[in-house]
Write a protein that binds this ligand. Structure first.
Ligand code: NAD
Length: 515
């Protein structure tokens, strides 16, 4: 039943006339959309058109939701052990296809192959965690809460759930979503990013090969209209979103107005506070890796450094190491960072750097005019460092989402903490220090959801949850871990009485109390 997508969707075509069109996945079949409108998926290193995604029609969207709705009763009644075994097989297939998946991520998203492997691997870990769902989804039981009465709770799947993905982690983020939802017994409609849908398609193909029944996972492509259709659809019970604040707050409001559960992971401005006593070498390495890795297009990228005390010696070292980074196409073996996702993204990054300079920041390193040999058309921005940035500058207030490190200065840890806490976002923050006292104060006082202590990108593994806060998250239940299981399940509490009780004392209409 599953036909291989590999030659059709993922082969890079040299002929513009035969650009592959990415199908939708509806009820277990890959079907070409009847839409008349398509969007190019562009390789950001070369501008080649890799494929095209359809703006899926409303009719096609409705059939995807219907397929998910039809698949639900039998999938929810499939034993949890069987559902887990599908995930066990799925993780094995992801491992086997790691190189192909990573190559697709690099081709469509631009990050280096090694980084793309990390993208797949961090998603794979969520699939591994879902293999133990029986324990995670377990309810609770209390015997004899009253005379002959026991109470227990069970966690049941919700029904049809949906996920809307960003461009920056084309493999990891879909894997934050449907494996957890499906292993809990839900069925799913996934909308990949229109910029890099390939990894989602390959993962769906592998999930079906692993035994995921028809209709449990469906994929529809498109942009705003399909997202709005997801928010409005009466059969969809929960929506997971990862992406920008603009889209996330719109989706949160629109879908929750329809009574849906929503978890919305959004933008960020992650700060690294560097204490004068920090280990110089490892701290500089951490700042460079977390600031410029993935060309700064990670929601946990460390985009702002606050040096406590004299920043000059730190900035000199930072400059030295950032200058040595190699910017190139992600498939080049020695590339440290690839392009940003689109021409518009590059323009935005350059505009924000420009505005920083205009408002008085010093440009220590300028990567805006970089030309990469062999990739002259790519959307490259080289490592860029702005120093002397203050909280009122636009380059600080906006998320840049490019390889730009912003340097600020504070006279004390208290002042640094105050800067971080005044920022509207709260995804992550890190401190670099050899003082346990400073680290503990930072951990206690910082208002961000994920704290690193000498760890620059503290993204928790799947047995914890991804716990962004403030403007970086809307909802109550975070992605993956215990919270993820709670998000995709409804708790039901049962009270049972199986004791032969004598009826001699007559009827009492008073509120029953435990005795
Ligand atoms: P984006 O918001 O532009 O797109 C995300 C998804 O929403 C896409 O599928 C897109 O089609 C859809 N969309 C975009 N605008 C919409 C609108 N107005 N109405 C309805 N749907 C819309 O985000 P992006 O550029 O793909 O991703 C980058 C952003 O994602 C950054 O802000 C980054 O910080 C954030 N991000 C956050 C996390 C996290 O866990 N907090 C993780 C990854 C990325």
């Amino acid at each position: 039943k599953v036909r291989s997508l590999t030659p059709r969707v993922f082969a890079l075509s040299n002929h513009h006339f035969s650009v592959a069109r990415v199908p939708n996945l509806i009820g277990g079949s890959f079907v070409d959309s009847k839409s008349s409108e398509f969007i190019d998926v562009i390789n950001p290193a070369t501008q080649e058109v890799v494929s095209q995604i359809p703006l899926t029609t409303n009719e096609e969207f409705k059939s995807a939701v219907s397929a998910a709705k039809e698949a639900f009763p039998s999938w929810r009644n499939t034993p949890i052990t069987t559902r887990q075994r599908v995930m066990l097989k799925f993780q094995e297939l992801i491992r086997k296809n790691m190189d192909k998946l990573a190559l697709n991520v690099t081709t469509e998203q631009g990050k280096t192959l090694k980084d793309a492997q990390g993208d797949v691997f961090r998603g794979l870990e969520v699939v591994e965690h879902a293999c133990g769902m029986a324990t995670l989804q377990m309810g609770e039981y209390m015997s004899n809460v009253s005379n002959g009465i026991d109470t227990y709770s069970i966690r049941e799947p919700l029904g049809v759930c949906a996920g809307i993905c960003p461009f920056n982690f084309p493999a990891m983020i879909p894997l934050w979503m449907f494996p957890v939802a499906a292993t809990c017994g839900n069925t799913y409609v996934l909308k990949p990013s229109e910029k890099d849908p390939g990894a989602s398609m390959m993962l769906a193909e592998l999930a079906m090969e692993a035994g995921l029944p028809d209709g449990v996972l469906n994929i529809v492509h498109g942009t705003h209209d399909i997202v709005n259709a997801i928010c409005d659809d009466d059969d969809i019970r929960a929506v997971s979103f990862v992406g920008s604040n603009q889209a996330g707050m719109h989706i949160y409001a629109r879908a929750s107005a329809k009574g849906k559960r929503v978890q919305s992971n959004m933008g960020a401005k992650n700060h690294g506070v560097v204490m004068p006593d920090a280990n110089i070498d490892s701290t500089i390495n951490a700042l460079v890796a977390a600031g410029f890795g993935a060309a700064g297009q990670r929601c946990m990228a460390l985009s702002t450094v606050v040096f406590v005390g004299d920043s000059k010696p730190w900035e000199e070292k930072l400059l030295e190491r950032a200058k040595a980074l190699k910017v190139s196409g992600g498939t080049e073996p020695d590339a440290d960072l690839g392009p940003v996702i689109s021409k518009q993204a590059k323009e935005r990054v350059c505009r924000l750097v420009h505005s920083g300079v205009d408002s008085g920041a010093r440009l220590l390193l300028d990567g805006r005019d970089i030309v990469v040999p062999g990739y002259e058309k790519g959307n490259f921005v080289g490592p860029t460092i702005l120093s002397g940035v203050t909280p009122d500058m636009e380059c600080y207030k906006e998320e840049i989402f490019g390889p730009v490190l912003i340097c600020m200065q504070a006279n004390s840890l208290d002042e640094a903490i105050n800067i971080v806490n005044k920022n509207k976002w709260g995804n992550g923050a890190a401190i670099f220090t050899t003082s346990g006292v400073a680290a503990r104060k930072f951990q206690t006082e910082i208002e961000a959801g994920q704290i690193g202590i000498n760890v620059p990108i503290p993204v928790p593994l799947p047995f914890f949850s991804f716990t962004g806060s403030k403007a970086s998250f809307a909802g109550d239940l975070n992605f993956y871990g215990k919270a993820g299981v709670q998000f995709y399940t409804q708790i039901k509490t049962i009270t049972q009485q199986w004791k032969d009780l004598p009826g001699g004392s007559g009827v009492s209409l008073a509120m029953p109390t435990s005795q």
